[in-house]
Design a protein around this ligand. Sequence first.
Ligand SMILES: CC(C)(COP(=O)(O)OP(=O)(O)OC[C@H]1O[C@@H](n2cnc3c(N)ncnc32)[C@H](O)[C@@H]1OP(=O)(O)O)[C@@H](O)C(=O)NCCC(=O)NCCS
Length: 456
Amino acid sequence: MSDGNSKEQQAKKSLADLFKQMVVDEKEPSPAEPPKSMDEYKFWKTQPVPRFDEEIEKEGPITIQTVDDVRKEPYPIHSSFEWVLLDLESEHDLDQLHELLYDHYVEDHDAVFRFAYSKDFFNWALKPPGWKKEWHLGVRVKETGKLVAFIGGVPGDLTIRNNDIKSVEINFLCVHKQLRSKRLAPLLIKEITRRVNLHNIWQALYTSGTVLPKPLSTCRYGHRPLNWTKLYECGFSSLPMGETKASMVAKTTISNQTKTSGWRKMEEKDVEDVYKLYDAWKSRYEITQIMTIEDIKHWIYGGDNQDGKVIHAYIVEDENNKITDFISYYVLPFSVLENPKHKELGIAYLYYYASEAGIGKSPNDAESQELLKKRLKSLVNDAMVEAKNQKIDVFNALSSQDNTLFLDDLKFGAGDGFLHYYLFNYKAAHISGGIDSKTNEFLDNNKVSSVGVVML
Ligand SMILES: CC(C)(COP(=O)(O)OP(=O)(O)OC[C@H]1O[C@@H](n2cnc3c(N)ncnc32)[C@H](O)[C@@H]1OP(=O)(O)O)[C@@H](O)C(=O)NCCC(=O)NCCS
């Protein structure tokens, strides 16, 4: 280990300070520290989730029921409201969902940035193979028809250590700002659970920035500026001490040209080969999503909608036309409010990837880990080159998967955002999310997380 004042460490530190809202206080407690006692989780303490102090000895479901045990009618809701199933094939419902999430989903503290969801994004995120309208659950005001809350579920079977589990992924939980703190969220969670249970599915995966009982894993965000000047002009990045604008631009500039030999955009004909790579790669992790060929076609290739600009996938083909690697990222821009110069920030998120360099290899094998590191740096670099050429301004990646092999070297700054992973009705021992449990820094020395599933 080099000493704490080495030039290299200082350079890393200034990159970590790129994002002004994301500066880390090293004395901060663990991000997974509960903000209140279990007893104060009035809703969650009634649900089949592990308690914070629970030692998990045997992994598996917490409660076991049959479909006959499940309530057949929706939970009662206040008489001014009604349950609604959104029809994401209809422009009207898509517009309503867009409006709700645009105005009321996560935004930064200064309310300057908002997620700019598009219809293409919803179609990709909420309509994978096997999607069900019953799991696109909203609450409307009876009198006006206004959509005031939403929760979404999609099929997403999992492998946790060696167990395959039928599961859903729950996402886009949102309650209108004027209806907050009225216990609508627990009602939405109970109602979607009921609707999922009616399909004989008893487990769910979900993520949140807030601490709930009990995180299965915690990952940290990393941010790699591709257009530092624009990020600075939007107030997204600040100028680190001791730097100038010119020095920051110089530090973060990347080439316009990809450099991995055999690199090209993924085509529909590659779906099966990408599926095989993904399937063989997944055993590197302790939690992964089970994907069929159809799932790969949707989630990685983008399905039949090739006009949308949501998911981008690239492959590497060797001289014998064998596909040896793939990598993908999805795009979800921010709207920038009240900025004279910029209306939108292009934001890309690293999604799934796989490489022959890591298939059948253990993360504990130093030699193969070094080769994989080299390979991933090349793949992620080229994915960022593509993203930059598509006018993406910042490239985000979590500390999940094998990402800690390249985050520091490719100049991702550690953000102050953490993402906790949760399982509903399933006990499992903690899974490393790629951060050091004492310092919250990305793991180093070629150590990696064991989280292989990427949630939107
Ligand atoms: C998250 C959100 C739906 C919670 O609604 P709310 O009106 O603040 O809270 P409610 O009064 O309805 O319910 C509170 C309960 O929901 C739980 N809760 C809050 N956020 C939650 C989340 N993201 N996932 C699951 N449960 C959550 C709380 O812990 C509390 O339960 P407890 O008593 O057991 O602690 C709302 O704040 C929101 O729409 N925020 C913006 C969008 C967002 O952050 N969505 C979540 C993305 S992961």
